[in-house]
Structures are given as C-alpha cells and as structure tokens.
Design a protein around this ligand. Sequence first.
Ligand SMILES: [Zn+2]
Length: 443
Amino acid sequence: MITSKVDTLIINASYLITVNKENQVHKNYSIAITNGQITHIAPTEELAHLEAKNKFDAHGKILAPGLINTHTHLAMSLLRGWAEGVDLQGFLDRVWTAESLIMNPENVELGTRLGAVESLLAGTTTTLDMYLFPDAAHKGAVSAGIRHISGPIFLDFPGLDGLQWEQRIELAKNWQQVLSEIGGPNVPTFLMPHATYTLSPSHLKQVSELAQQMNAGISIHISENLSENDQIQKKYSKTPTALLESSGVLQSQTIVGHGVHLTDDDIKILARFHAAVAHCPGSNLKLGSGIADIKKYQDSNLAVTLGTDGCSSSNDLDMWSVIRLAANLYSERNGAENLKADQIFRMATIEAAKALGLEDSIGSIEVGKQADLILIDLNKPHLIPLHNIFAQLVFAVGRADVSDVWVDGKHVVAAGKSTLVEFSQLSAQVEKVSIRLHEHSKK
Ligand SMILES: [Zn+2]
C-alpha cells in the first residue's frame, strides 16, 4: 500500500459530529489534516496507510467542529462581575466609567487574550468580537490562536480611543491592511457600528456605504431591550431595524446582536436581507432584557446564531451554557416536542459560519474545510450512558469536558491547557489591572 504523508491524524474518535448537510454522525472515525485543512474523513482502518507528523488518539472522545460565538466583547472579560444588579442602561453607565479608567490598547490586548484563552479552553474556535482598539484586541486574540473577527468600531462621539469620526473612517479603510500585518487565522472583514442609539442615521449610512465598497460584513447591536426601542422610536419614529434598512446597513452581510424585541415587520426586513440574529440568552436574562422568540424568527427564514455577549453582562464566555439556555428557553416557549437539539447545535456551528460568510471554510467537519476542531472527553460520570448524542451535547456537555482544540489545524489547546499562553503569567497581568481598577474607582 502507498503511504502518503499528512500533518496531523486524529484517529479513533468514538464519535465524529460532522454537522454536514445530512447531519451525519460517524462512529470510530479518523481525520487527516494538512496545511490546516481537512484532507480525509474515514473509518479509522481506511486511513492506516497515512503517515503523520502528529498523531492523536481520540478514543473515548467526540470530535466536533469548534463552536462559533457571533456576539461578544472579549476585552470586557477584565470587567467580569463589575456591573451587577443593573439593567442595560445601568450596566452601560457603570461599564463605560470603568472602561475609561483601564481600557487602553495594552489592556484591551490583555483582556482580549484572556477572553480568547477562556473561549478556546471552552471549545470556541471563532469569535465575532466588537471592541475599541480593535487592532490591539486582534493582536491579543491571535496570540492565543483563536479565529478572531475584529473590526473598526463606530460611535458618534470620541470613545475611549479618542478617535474623531473621520479617524474611524480612516482606520476602517486601512483595516484589511491592519489584519494582514497582525496575521492569524483567515477572517472576513467586518465593520462594527455600535448601535442605532450611538450612531446618527447619516453616520450609519456612511458606514454602510464603506462596508459595501470594502465588501465587509456588519456587526451591530439591535433591539436589546424595550427602552432602546422606545428611545429610537421617539427620536426617529422607526424601529432600530427599520433604521438599519433605511440607512442601507442591511445591504451588507449583517449580524445583529441580541435582536430580542423585533416586530413582525423587523423580522421580515431582516429575513429579506439575509441578516442573522445573534441570540444571547445568557446576557439577556441576566440584564432582564427579555427573551428573543427564535422559533418565530426561524419560521420566518431569519437565521439565528448564538453569542455570549461580553463578560460584564454574561460573566463568562461559555458557549455550552448559551446552547443549553437557548434550548431550554425554546422548549419553554414552544413546547418540548418542538425542540430539536441538533438544530440548536447547528446554530452554534454551521449556521454561525453561514452568517459570517465562512460556510465554505468552517462550521462543519468536511473535506476541504479548515481544521477548527474540538475533542470532548466522554469519560465522565455526567456523560454516560450516551443514548442521544445531540441531547448530550446540548444538555450535558460542559466546557470542562473539552480536552483539545485545533484552529486551522494548529493544536492550540492540549489536554485542557493553552499551548500558546502561559496561564500564570496571564493571571498575574490581569490581577495588576484589576488592582488598578479598584484603586481608581475609589478616588
Ligand atoms: Zn454586545
């Protein structure tokens, strides 16, 4: 038999969750990876002829595509637990004050590295991350090995970054250059206007025109709670979504964060433009913002993906808890007989990849796709017996069960530890910033 060489072989996976069109699940399968891409998927014995530089035995484990977090603010992990007992508006007041005390490029890089490591250890391999100093954020994330979609943020007023409007536009025009200089796993270009309550319609229009010129996607907060809707209605006699439509934003591939309170017309508009809603049930429940009716969205052909939001409102970046919450809320609202666990899992994988325009490269385990993969250790009391694999993934698996993670074929988490970031060093740096925040806020 001819032996051919590959970079990595992951053999003997007890289960392989493809999340392909047919939603196939294979038993005792192996995969091969070369140059970051999946080259073979087959029963273990059929890949015996392959020689690999790295061989990894996945017996007793589930091999699945990495999770995709479509709405987060990773650097805010530095503000975990800082804004408690407040609704969205109280939260924004408290967080914006704290940000003004500690968030400079250096700390954004640090906080994003922390968020990226937390995400990866929990099996999240891609994040759509909106934050100030996006270049610093991108550096921090890439240093941990995650696929990090960052982008220039737009606000009417100079934020902590002190940027005037024209400077924001300039940064956006150079963004693709910035991304290529920093490097890291391939990502699409996204522009990130913060929300309709922080940008005027004319600025939104400018961002949407720029996004079209750059062939960029857009990430924005929409209808997170009712007072946001009231505020926009009073000011413009429109819903936030109608404002997106009239300012041209929806001409670009758009992911709206939260989308908790959408009218029937909003749902139709977003569906017509093939936008997606990043459902963030953890953050929405904690801030008392409401619960998005995702079945209604999906029944109207509006795509739904999942997100954690930032750590100061959801307190962690655990996509498994988001998956479980989304499923439980779905059952509660629509009846347990209508819940399909595999569909919830698809929202955190292939549906998210589609919404990001990355369905040809990530979101499922298929030959030719990038190897963004996770292993889940089944050798745990809470994961036996295994009667229904998607029920296990949605309702029983937790982040501590993720043992290994690959992004672009690179082994970035091995046996539950980051291979790129030394935790004790990271922890010491975070502690320093935390002390500074406490000292400043006492003044
Ligand atoms: Zn957000």
